[in-house]
Design a protein around this ligand. Structure first.
Ligand code: ZN
Length: 181
């Protein structure tokens, strides 16, 4: 099994590693420590101290914040109180849903039918970074792209259980239900 030094992983993250070397890494069996080195590099690059449990995107991280596990932007903005609730509920949302608005993005036959499709941009309320874009049918709830089972992952895959555990469930709908009260 391959092992990689932090310097090499840092260059990989920054897109500075020669393509031939990237291909070698892609072909090699997955090593055990690469994720932890990658998290360590991400942790060095943010201005806050909460422990990163898992990066979700280049700008979003699930972090341990006191007794909570929350989704946090690189800028420090926290999306709600629980990573098991879709973070998009707390994002700024810009919706392209008419011909004129979609015209700025798609040309000709590439353009989806605005009677059926919305293009939604999700941005961070803290720094304005565009975090996700999704093209979905009208009325479709925000897509919850990735809900990791952190406890199983850390316990069974990394062999380093987290200090406390959470049930593995999507809590988005129960959060929305609270809005109705
Ligand atoms: Zn932000």
């Amino acid at each position: 099994m391959s092992e990689y030094n932090p310097h090499e992983i840092r260059r990989l993250v920054d897109g500075e590693l020669p393509w031939l070397r990237v291909q070698e890494i892609m072909r090699s069996p997955k090593d055990a420590n690469r994720l932890l080195v990658w998290i360590e590099i991400q942790q060095e690059r943010v201005d806050w101290n909460e422990r990163i449990l898992l990066p979700l995107t280049p700008a979003l991280f699930i972090v341990e914040s006191g007794a909570r596990r929350v989704v946090k932007c690189r800028c420090g903005f926290e999306f709600g109180d629980d990573y098991r609730v879709n973070w998009k509920l707390e994002a700024l949302i810009y919706v392209h849903e008419d011909r004129e608005s979609l015209d700025r993005i798609y040309r000709g036959i590439d353009q989806p039918d605005p009677d059926w499709i919305q293009l939604r941009e999700y941005s961070c309320p803290g720094c304005g970074t565009q975090l996700e874009v999704e093209a979905v049918p009208r009325g479709c709830p925000p897509d919850f792209e990735f809900l990791p089972d952190l406890d199983t992952f850390y316990r069974d895959w990394l062999g380093t259980p987290l200090p406390d555990t959470r049930t593995f469930e999507d809590k988005t709908l129960s959060e929305i239900a609270r809005w109705e009260v």
